[in-house]
Design a protein around this ligand. Structure first.
Ligand code: PLP
Length: 356
């Protein structure tokens, strides 16, 4: 049976990318050697790294005054890299869930943290709005897409202070104005690659901002100055990342991917709203186009386990909601097809018919 992969992360990757990755493990770009068994300093791998950077730049329209590098440790490592490098005295954080909770905890090790707004009062089902941004902050920190709760900032924030954004789960899902951000980072395993590599996009004027002495691996300058090659970078995830970016470009670029993401999200939210057995959990205006969260509607809660089994029997994979939200979550990342969403919608409609 065909499987439809809605996993939240690590998650679905395009078939052509998986095929290229499998091939490279056996014979890397015609070298006769495995990608896993060569030096990261060979010209062949340096070409991979360099193409990954230039494709990222091209697809996201990253201006020249930004550097981009790849590093291990996941997004959780960036939770402390960010304040270590950029928090001198005080930073502002917008608290929208588990990922900002962890980021705030780490930032407090380095300076004062002002939580400017929070959606904790409603279990993070919305994005706070209308908060004041004091001009004396070193930076404003947001999580652009809250993977667990299915909420997403729909606009790039206008801010008098540098904006730093965790875009782990919505990077390259839609066009953004990079110039409105000072730093954009994320783990690649949601929308771009297997686990093991993070991307960091940093504006030149942020480098060397804070005079704190740091271990080399924590210092952003180390990674920028050595172009992701201070130590052995995560070679395999970077290769897969490049393949994903090549795929994106071949599909027509970010605008095409974005329109497809809009179509998928519109279809699934429309069904959640139409189908009397289900309801969405996130505030309508803040609904994520990547992670679509829903539960059984009032009075139908008892059907949850049955729907899960039914969906599984129709090939749906990974739609169980995060334990903090419950219900269901369909993660519709770039490589999730319209066909997969159509299959999930059909499954929800069929389930409704069975319970008329
Ligand atoms: C998954 C996720 C993280 C954590 O990523 P790791 O690479 O596992 O550390 C952080 N932020 C967001 C938004 C995520 O979705």
């Amino acid at each position: 049976m065909k499987k439809y992969n809605f996993n939240a992360g690590p998650s679905v990757l395009p078939d052509v990318v998986l095929e290229a990755a499998a091939k490279a493990i056996i014979d890397f770009d015609g070298t006769g050697l495995s990608l896993l068994s060569i030096s990261h300093r060979t010209p062949e791998f340096e070409a991979v790294l360099s193409e990954a950077q230039s494709l990222f730049r091209e697809l996201l329209n990253i201006p020249d005054n930004y550097k981009i590098y790849f590093v291990g440790g996941g997004a959780s490592t960036q939770f402390f890299h960010i304040p270590a490098n950029f928090l001198g005295k005080k930073a502002g954080y917008i608290h929208t869930g588990v990922w900002t909770k962890k980021a705030i905890k780490e930032a407090k090790l380095f300076g004062e943290v002002d939580v400017l707004a929070s959606s904790e009062d409603k279990n993070f089902t919305y994005i706070p709005k209308g908060f004041e941004i004091p001009a004396d902050l070193d930076y404003l920190y947001i999580c652009a897409n809250n993977t667990i709760y299915g909420t997403e900032y729909k606009e790039d924030i206008d801010s008098p202070v540098p904006v730093i954004a965790d875009m782990s789960s919505n990077i390259l899902s839609r066009p953004i104005d990079v110039s409105k951000y000072a730093v954009i980072y994320g783990g690649a395993q949601k929308n771009l690659a297997p686990a093991g590599v993070s991307f960091v996009i940093v504006r030149d004027d942020m480098l060397g901002k804070v005079a704190r002495e740091l271990p080399s691996m924590v210092n952003v300058n180390t990674h920028v100055d050595n172009n992701s090659m201070f130590n052995t970078p995560p070679v395999f995830p970077i290769y897969v990342l490049r393949e994903t970016l090549k795929w994106m470009k071949a599909e027509g670029g970010l605008e095409v991917i974005y329109r497809r993401n809009q179509e998928k999200a519109a279809k699934l939210y429309a069904e959640i709203d139409r189908n009397s057995l289900f309801r969405g959990t996130a505030a309508t205006e803040d609904r994520s186009s990547m992670n679509i969260c829903f539960v059984m509607s009032e009075g139908n809660e008892a059907l949850a386990a049955e729907f899960m089994e039914f969906a599984k029997s129709r090939g749906m994979v990974g739609i169980k909601g995060h334990r903090l939200v419950g219900g269901f979550r369909a993660s519709c990342y770039n490589a999730c097809s319209v066909e997969a969403v159509d299959a999930l919608v059909a499954c929800m409609q069929e389930f409704e018919q069975m319970h008329k």
